[in-house]
Write a protein that binds this ligand. Sequence first.
Ligand SMILES: Cc1ncc(COP(=O)(O)O)c(C=O)c1O
Length: 370
Amino acid sequence: MVEELQYKEGKLFFSDVDLSKVKTPKFVFSKKQLQLTYTRVKEKFDSVFSKNKMYYSLKTNDFPFVIETMKELDSNFVIASVNEAKLVLKHGISPSKCLVNQPLYTEQDIIDYFELGFDFFAVGNEKFLGYIQKHAKKEICYLADIDLIAKEHTFSFSKDALPKLSKKFPKAKLIGLAFYVKTQNTDVFVWQSYIDKAIKIIEELKTKGIEIEFVNIGSGFPVEYNKSGLDGFLVIDRIKNTLAMLKDYSVILEPGRLIVASCVVLVAEVMLVKGNDVWINTSIYNSYLDTQIAKVKLPAISVKEQTKTKEYNVFGNSPCTLDVYFKDKPMGQVEEGDKIAFFNAGAYIFTTNFASNEEVSFDERSLGKN
Ligand SMILES: Cc1ncc(COP(=O)(O)O)c(C=O)c1O
């Protein structure tokens, strides 16, 4: 649902920005949409978990206007690098609002985090606990990133490693378990299997005198991309009974996509139409590389309100046959010179300057600048 994307007298607006007037190609940001979605996500998790703490996954979108809005909303942040730690500090966000969850740490990373004031970590390997033990000046609480489904490339803790850790690393206090299922995860059984296994491990740890308070289930809640029917809120409803199994624990959530996807649209102009094929004045490489990386097909609508829709194939303007936004998806009828708006474009905005074309930037007006 993108509440702020609405036709007014036949023209498409994103909050107060008239998309027909945007110089294309541009991203357009809506602060109001971000506020609305953040609140909706938070309320949803509050309705499912009596005890929970939500941390916004900063890597999903770290543009300054997003960070500032999240700060105003009093959000917590999960950060994945020392540079992200420095970024949140630059915005005046306290380290106490942050969980550091980085897959691999160097010794210098740990030294830097301590110097910057960060003291809550998710850690997946003994080697990194060794750095904490060596450099911590006080007890440090951490979540153990665990390998629940023997994955091919995991260095995370196996359950049998956990009971020995407190003796080996007395400065590091294990207070929770952490896992991340997968991006765009809609599979009820996958959720069930992970949560079942996590609870069994927690019960086993209890028999060994280790009390687990937090379970970090990460995220992977999907966003509806091009009529896929995969909406994170519906998925949460579908897995409600599974999530209820965590009622005895404080649940940590790290949503990214679900919070920020809807606050950005990408506006482009139609350069050429041939039957059902449409070419626009940017490419997936210069605007939204996640189309290729995560196979995300951004939904699009015509900026001019249309009563008739047609199934289109939309291609970018780069010299590459893989430059495809989507195929066979409905959109209001367009002609050359019309504009189209791709919505749910706010998560993982990776751009390149492929073919020496410009990386698409943000419409200044939508950022509150004129
Ligand atoms: C550990 C962790 N937390 C949070 C996220 C954010 O996930 P999503 O964008 O699916 O909400 C990711 C994404 O890869 C992740 O790896």
